[in-house]
Design a protein around this ligand. Structure first.
Ligand code: SAH
Length: 250
């Protein structure tokens, strides 16, 4: 099995493929000030197995296009939607986030939790803006420094993993320069990382290794995850996901 298949196998059984929580999705939804009865068109980009998609479908009168480039994740999202009788509100779309087949000004809302880094925050904001209607809402989470001077070890780690990591004020500057106006911001609380994401992942390592014959490749993936978790435990006061809510004004 190649590395991507192993990563899919590790992550597809989880509730979420990144830090987050239903309560924090709802907190972001409150900040959008969207009316819950108005019909809305939403794209949830990099939706994974659909943690946020399902919350949005439950709480809004929305038609949601759930985009991910991994069909395996979308298949699980489909099953979850069916078991909650939400499948009529959700259309899965297997597609890369840098090549979306959307029309200009098609959507009221673009939602993306823990995924925009795959295209890069600045590029994602710029490209996805064109799919938003006038005054449409952008709600994205992005890894963010919560300290102005993170220690060298963690700074080096994130700058090599994701050179666009920055402070919230820099991310808002990008949003403003791209034609958005800020509506709200908060930092994902720690339980979103440890309780909701890293601990369940750690609890799945044993079965993951057994399923994959304890291969060298599978062990390398577990070691990399363990290293990330260790760094998080040491430096969680310096970074988190920032959740950015903004309105298209130009
Ligand atoms: N929003 C989900 C998943 C976050 S993990 C959650 O919060 O649980 C990031 C997701 O982005 C993964 O599901 C991954 O498959 C998807 N992804 C990564 N690169 C992508 C790309 N180029 N196009 C579309 N989806 C992508």
């Amino acid at each position: 099995m190649d590395e991507l298949q192993l990563l899919i196998d590790l992550h597809k059984h989880a509730q979420r493929q990144g830090p987050g929580a239903d309560a924090e999705t709802l907190r972001a939804l409150d900040l959008t000030r969207l009316d819950r009865t108005t019909p809305l068109k939403i794209a949830d980009i990099g939706c994974g197995t659909g943690a946020s998609t399902l919350m949005l479908a439950q709480h809004l009168n929305a038609e949601i296009t759930a985009v991910d480039f991994l069909q395996e994740f979308l298949d699980i999202l489909n099953d979850r939607a069916a078991s909650l009788e939400l499948q009529d509100k959700i259309t899965p779309l297997c597609c890369s986030m840098d090549n979306l087949p959307f029309e200009a000004q098609e959507y009221d809302v673009i939602w993306s939790e823990g995924a925009i880094y795959n295209i890069g925050f600045a590029q994602g904001i710029k490209e996805w803006k064109r799919y938003l209607k006038k005054e449409g809402i952008m709600a994205v989470s992005e890894i963010t420094w919560t300290s102005a001077s993170p220690p060298e070890e963690i700074r080096q780690h994130w700058e090599s993993e994701y050179p666009e990591i920055d402070t919230a004020s820099s991310k808002f500057a990008i949003l403003e320069q791209s034609g958005f106006s800020a509506l709200g911001y908060f930092v994902l609380p720690e339980y979103c990382w440890l309780e909701n994401y890293y601990r369940p992942l750690q609890n799945s390592f044993k079965d993951f290794l057994a399923r994959n014959g304890d291969s060298k490749e599978a062990r390398a993936i577990v070691e990399a995850e363990e290293r990330e978790i260790e760094l998080h435990e040491k430096y969680s006061n310096c970074y988190s996901y920032g959740v950015y809510i903004a309105r298209k004004v130009e």
